[in-house]
Design a binder for this molecule. Sequence first.
Ligand code: G3P
Ligand code: CA
Length: 243
Amino acid sequence: MLPQVEIVAHRGFSEIAPENTMAAFKKAQAAGADGIELDVQLTKDGEVVVIHDETVDRTTNGSGLINEMTWAQVRKLDAGRWFSEAYAGETIPTLRQVLEWVAGTSLWVNIELKNNRFAYRGLEEKVVKEIERTGLERRVVLSSFNPLSLRHLAACRPAMERALLYEHKMPAPWIYAKLIGVSSIHPHFSVITPAIVERCRAKGIAVRPYTVDDEGMMEELIEAGVEAIITNVPDRLFWILNG
Ligand code: G3P
Ligand code: CA
């Protein structure tokens, strides 16, 4: 029998729907995902919005930096047509909108704070406030490539699960994880080995690699004992796990 591994849909079911939209999150749920991953940035007037890039250029019909636009400007953009005419009319959701929808499901949410290039002032507090507002404290994992952001979250909300994102080889991530106060790691799948997964598990550190779409790689990681796999194709992982 295969070990229990959770399916996390990367930016929603982003292979078949425009990433980080309600359509992509709903498709992920329908495909059997346990969780959804999403990215957050901050508008000029302080709204936490769900979008991967720092600009709206790639995934909407607009252009410009999110942190130079107001929410009133961002909400008018079409975030679906770039992907397919079938998704015309999709918009950039706020974090609040996604969390309110999640509250009525059994999904959990991996919120990636995109505070790498811009040190978005107050992003951590705003994200935490939205989570507490919807009562989803135990159904979220906050992740970031920025260790300072994770340290900050550890200081202000120690009980909320945090995960370190990284993409370069790290010989002993369990040590670094303890140093910055996270209980899980989200490494790029290419930089982990079964030995690392085993050591992390022994130290109580959950391992959820990203972004894994290849069937063979999914099988290797399941065998290695990861807790979850972050994927653009949750249906593929569902079929591997459920036959
Ligand atoms: O959660 C992992 C993954 O989302 C990090 O990379 O660029 O897809 O946000 P990116
Ligand atoms: Ca992400």
